[in-house]
Design a protein. Structure first.
Length: 98
């Protein structure tokens, strides 16, 4: 059986001498911080919590433009939360008007 003995692989990370070249330029700190922030996991929010934080309604699409508020449609909260990634529900059925 063949087993490679070389530890110098093209897939391995940079050696210590190359580390300085990768981070020794203006803006390297900002790039590394942004990269670190991008690797941070998303907060564990339900769909209704996400909508309350991030969803905005335009004046053309809504009688009440601005931030979406789930309290205006409380009957939708459970449906939205059942659609959340962490919810174990496998099938959702609901009736609505046409």
């Amino acid at each position: 059986m063949y087993a490679p003995t070389s530890t110098n692989s093209p897939r391995s990370g940079p050696t210590s001498g190359e580390d300085d070249a990768l981070t020794d330029f203006d803006g390297a700190g900002e790039i590394l911080r942004a990269w670190g922030n991008g690797l941070r996991p998303d907060p564990d929010l339900t769909v209704s919590e996400w909508a309350d934080r991030h969803r905005m309604l335009s004046g053309r699409a809504s009688a009440e433009p601005g931030r979406y508020r789930t309290v205006r449609t409380p009957y939708m909260r459970e449906i939205m939360d059942r659609l959340s990634p962490g919810d174990p529900t496998q099938r959702i059925v609901f009736m609505k008007a046409a």
